[in-house]
Design a protein around this ligand. Structure first.
Ligand code: HEM
Length: 507
């Protein structure tokens, strides 16, 4: 009797395995597999290391702008991933109030605390107003322009000239991360951490930021219970995040206390922390205690916002330009004209914000590169009320909505059959001016009330850096390397960008 029961169990197991195998063979070639009981979760985890490229395949294969992904049946995980421009526009702009980031977002990005990225409604509006008034102020804008000029002209260009003379191969992405870190730290705290230097000393803060961003990506893909369990055990990406958190907190408290000391000594400043403390109307004697967490959270948000994104934008831009010599030639032609107008014949030549106005083709090339490689490729939202989106998809409270900015640029029905090509010309209208119509389907800086506050700062910094480096040097990307996307919330290159640099002596 017992034997036949075991025999029955074994038979059922073999049958189950057989059915699973047949099912697997039938479905293994699908881009997105809906597993019995487990939903799309195994597919999502399997593809998480290249989630952006995978999202393009999924949307193209399913010929749609939206797909629903479900977690295992025991979990409440349900995603709506969409790259339909009408949906994106609707959620980010027209019906923005129904699509806050939601508490789930803040839990996953807890390292950012109550900073502007993480909060919604009244609290967000208050912080947005403070940030907006700083970024609009003449003094702060001049301070940013001045910082850009100094960091590019006095540090970046001389270092690149040195590398060119040495003839050594180096990682351009690493250099850009150092450069944007120095710049953002000067803008925020008025202090130069001197990461752009001949010593190339290891940057533990950069590593900490990379680890935090990688851990955050995995949190977005996993059921909450799983990453919380990993956090409890301090293993994997959660262990890296805990260490990164400690390192970044230390950096923040050092930077904040140094700036506070300056203010207490009466040193006038134009940096963002100085403006934030002033905008809180903190009494001078109170500066040592006031708003510790408020300041820490906001400044850390700005470091994440300003360093990684701009460095990513620069790295992909240089890679694309190196792969498209005809684009490089057109940019150089424009730069040469700009230089001639100002009668600049010394080497190296560094451009300033005034020059940028005449550089239409460079602007188009930068937009085109940011379209194809948006530094923040995904965005996440929650829904307050159930609604039907413009493409007919339904959003429900509790659902996580993923806005796929990387994928939208690669949909032929949005950007045309040549959508995957690097073509700055698509941004220029027949009369040679910039074609602003493209902006309605350009989501790289988001849209609506939460549009990136640093958009102008970032574009200017990329253009000024590109102009200075391309005009003075020839950047040759090593053909032997494989350039791919790193699994992270920011679109970095997995193995960096190895280049050789030569001075352009013939100008
Ligand atoms: C190429 C560079 C950049 C790109 C592609 C970019 C992109 C974005 C995107 C997509 C958002 C919306 C994020 C969301 O809603 O979750 C955003 C928000 C934001 N960005 Fe940027 N950004 C860049 C550079 C900068 C810089 C240089 C700064 C400041 C120094 C900055 C400050 C911010 C802030 C404060 C927000 C939050 C706005 C809010 O929630 O109201 N960004 N950015």
């Amino acid at each position: 009797m017992e034997l036949s029961f075991i025999g029955y169990e074994a038979f059922s197991l073999v049958l189950l395995l057989f059915i699973s195998m047949i099912w697997y063979i039938q479905h293994r070639k699908e881009v997105l597999t809906q597993w019995p009981l487990l939903g799309s979760f195994p597919s999502l985890l399997h593809h998480i290391h290249h989630v952006n490229e995978w999202s393009v395949e999924v949307f193209l294969k399913h010929c749609t702008g939206s797909v629903v992904l479900k977690g295992p049946i025991y979990s409440k995980l349900e995603y709506l991933a969409t790259c339909h421009p009408n949906n994106l526009e609707y959620m980010l702009k027209s019906n923005f109030v129904n699509y806050p980031k939601g508490p789930d977002y803040k839990e996953k990005l807890d390292i950012l605390g109550d900073g502007i990225f993480n909060i919604d409604f009244g609290l967000w509006l208050e912080q947005r107003k403070i940030a907006h008034s700083c970024f609009r102020s003449y003094d702060f804008r001049s301070f940013i322009a001045d910082t850009n000029r100094k960091v590019i002209g006095d540090k970046l260009v001389p270092l690149v000239a040195h590398m060119a003379r040495q003839g050594c191969t180096f990682d351009l992405q690493d250099l850009f991360l150092r450069f944007t870190f120095d710049t953002i730290m000067i803008i925020l705290f008025g202090r130069d951490p001197e990461c752009v230097s001949l010593k190339f000393h290891p940057n533990k803060y950069a590593q900490a930021m990379d680890d935090a961003l990688e851990a955050a990506l995995y949190r977005f893909a996993m059921p909450n219970s799983l990453w919380k369990f990993m956090r409890l055990l301090k293993i994997g990406t959660e262990k890296k995040l805990a260490d990164a958190w400690e390192t970044l907190d230390l950096m923040m408290s050092e930077s904040i206390s140094l700036t506070r000391e300056d203010i207490l000594k009466g040193v006038e400043g134009h940096n963002l922390l100085y403006m934030y403390l002033k905008s809180q109307r903190v009494e001078r004697n109170d500066l040592s205690k006031s708003g510790e967490k408020f300041v820490r959270d906001n400044m850390l948000n700005f470091i994440f916002a300003g360093r990684d994104t701009t460095a990513s934008g620069l790295s992909w831009f240089f890679w694309l330009v190196a792969k498209h010599p005809h684009v490089e030639a057109k940019i150089l032609q424009e730069l040469r004209l700009a230089c001639m107008k100002k009668v600049r014949n010394k080497w190296p030549c560094v451009f300033d914000s005034d020059d940028l106005r005449s550089l239409t083709y460079l602007h188009a090339a930068v937009c085109e590169s940011l379209r194809l490689y948006p530094p923040l490729p995904l965005n996440s939202k929650g829904a307050v009320k159930e609604e039907i989106l413009p493409d007919g998809s339904i959003t429900r409270p509790g659902m996580q909505i993923i806005l796929c900015f990387y994928a939208v640029a690669r949909m032929p029905w949005v950007w045309g059959d040549d959508c995957s090509e690097f073509k700055p010309e698509r941004w220029i209208s027949e009369d040679g001016t910039l074609d602003n119509q493209q902006m309605s389907k350009f989501f790289t800086f988001s849209l609506g009330p939460r549009t990136c506050i640093g958009k102008e700062t970032a574009i200017n910094q990329i253009k000024l850096t590109a102009a200075a480096l391309l005009y003075n040097f020839h950047v040759q990307v090593l053909d032997s390397q494989s350039v791919s996307i790193k699994p992270s919330l920011v679109l970095h290159m997995k193995n960096g960008l190895l280049v050789n640099i030569k001075e352009r002596v013939n100008w």
